[in-house]
Design a protein around this ligand. Structure first.
Ligand code: T46
Length: 135
């Protein structure tokens, strides 16, 4: 059986009477050194994002507030997962088409990336992405 495209990792939370503190660190939830972090927020109702793949980039996505549905496609199979917890991270490796749908108005999606921003690492055309899988 093929491995799942959706790779979720647990993010430990330290809760006490004051609230929660969640941790992503190397050797824990993070399997790579973080070179960049960005966050997606203020997404307008009905708007979807993503629609690209990365050639090399590895990322960990954590929905720290609200919810979003992530869709992953490897050129053959498509899988989807709703991220709605700050204690679950979605690892997305290279060679996966990703889309983000159904953002809640309060959604804040944190993304930890293994490399700096590089537009040359993106494949933004779905047909071109599918062709890379046939090479
Ligand atoms: C991904 C999904 C989950 C930068 O200048 N620096 C950055 O580090 C990033 C990530 C983006 N940008 C610029 C490029 C565009 O002009 O910000 C603009 C929006 O980026 P984009 O349309 O690629 O955003 P999303 O939400 O479609 O995709 C993003 C990431 O780009 C991508 O790596 O995997 O989130």
């Amino acid at each position: 059986m093929s491995p799942s495209l959706v790779q979720l990792v647990d993010i430990p939370a330290h809760g006490d009477a004051r609230g929660q503190l969640s941790v992503a660190e190397i050797g824990g939830a993070l399997p790579f050194t973080v070179r960049r972090a960005y966050w997606i927020h203020g997404t307008q109702p009905g708007v979807s994002r993503g629609f690209h793949a990365h050639k090399k980039l590895r990322q960990l996505c954590v929905c720290v507030c609200g919810s979003v549905r992530m869709v992953l496609f490897d050129g053959r199979r498509e899988e989807s997962v709703v991220l709605d917890s700050s204690t679950k991270g979605l690892l997305i490796g290279p060679g996966l088409w990703r889309e983000m749908h159904d953002f809640s108005p309060d959604c804040v999606l944190m993304v930890y990336a293994a490399a700096e921003y590089d537009e040359a690492d993106y494949i933004r055309n779905r047909a071109e992405f599918i062709l890379t899988k046939k090479e």
